[in-house]
Write a protein that binds this ligand. Structure first.
Ligand code: CP
Ligand code: NVA
Length: 318
């Protein structure tokens, strides 16, 4: 029997909404969450309590390191009146090879919502398949949808509607770049991408609809022309550490520096999901400079994810 959630509310497993990829949501749903995030942010700034999740429990599972995701989900759930349980591979039976399906069956009988950071997207999908409660992707090798929600929120706050704008991604084909591509398709903006040979987006991971929003460049400076925002990420994502030396050599001409910023629109923003390595993918001058909005971007993880959890647990609020 799968007809009862941990909190006693009857619901069939097939009706449960998850957030495993950005495009699990429609454009209208993403816009709803982003608007709601702005509303919740205002309440937070005004010290107005907002506790719609007062009887709810979030379980977080981290199979990779985290600072922002951990703190933003944990603080967000407490601020909305709920409680949080934090698990890692090291301190749970996941590290001793308990199957992910069994872990999902057990945890989802005890809590109301789960956030997972793990390796393969298929591992996350397997968890969701066996979960009685909504599951959120807190980063996989393939996607990082919570980060892109925060990035979209940050862009809109600084520049207004993102529709029709140009966002430039300087970096490899990683969880961030593929999620940006989903965002470009959903919210109708253009994504320029530049990466060294061997690290470019894989065509079999790009749909025809996404392709219509994408332009790829060999020259990183050309990719930045007319951009409303430039964004990048570490040259080596978590889980790929053994490639670090090779990647450092391959990416040396793909550093976001003043030359790249000057190729973009004069008021272009700079974003980075963080953590950043100054002197590698970005210079200190850029990330600590006037066009950088990385601290707003990091803070917006909190507001975007509060709106996301509220949406998954309570639905749309009028
Ligand atoms: N940007 C991001 O997800 O940061 P953490 O790895 O610190 O959670
Ligand atoms: N692409 C990076 C993002 C870190 C938040 C990684 O996966 O390590």
């Amino acid at each position: 029997m799968d007809s009862t959630l941990a909190n006693g509310k009857p619901e069939s497993r097939s009706a449960i909404r998850h957030f495993l990829r950005l495009d699990d949501f429609s454009a209208a749903e993403i816009n709803y969450v982003l608007n709601r995030a702005r509303f919740l942010k205002q309440k937070f700034k005004n010290y107005e309590p907002h506790m719609p999740l007062h009887d709810r429990t979030l379980a977080m599972i981290f199979e990779k390191a985290s600072t922002r995701t951990r703190v933003s989900f944990e603080a967000g759930m407490y601020q909305m009146g709920g409680v949080v349980i934090n698990l890692t591979s090291n301190d749970s039976q996941l590290g001793r090879a308990e199957p992910i399906e069994d872990t999902a069956r057990v945890i989802s009988r005890m809590v109301d919502i789960v956030m997972i950071r793990t390796f393969e997207q298929t591992r996350l999908e397997k968890f969701a398949e066996h979960s009685r409660v909504p599951v959120i992707n807190g980063l996989t090798n393939e996607f990082h949808p919570c980060q892109i929600l925060a990035d979209l929120l940050t862009f809109i706050e600084h520049k207004g509607d993102i529709k029709g704008k140009t966002i430039t991604w300087i970096g490899d084909e990683n969880n961030m770049s593929y999620t940006w591509l989903q965002a470009a398709r959903l919210l109708d903006f253009k994504l320029n991408v530049s990466a060294p040979q061997g690290y470019q987006l894989q065509s079999d991971r790009i749909s025809a609809a996404e392709r219509a929003h994408l332009e790829e460049f060999d020259d990183p400076i050309a990719a930045c022309k007319e951009a409303d925002m430039i964004t990048t990420d570490v040259w080596t994502s978590m889980g790929f550490e053994e490639e670090n030396v090779k990647r450092k050599a391959a990416f040396k001409d793909w550093q976001v520096d003043q030359r790249l910023m000057q190729a973009a629109k004069p008021d272009a923003l700079f974003m980075h999901c963080l953590p950043a390595h100054r002197g590698e993918e970005v210079t200190a001058e850029v990330i600590d400079g006037p066009q950088s909005v990385v601290w707003d971007e990091a803070e917006n993880r909190l507001h975007a994810q509060k709106a996301l959890m509220e949406f998954l647990l309570v639905g749309e609020c009028k």
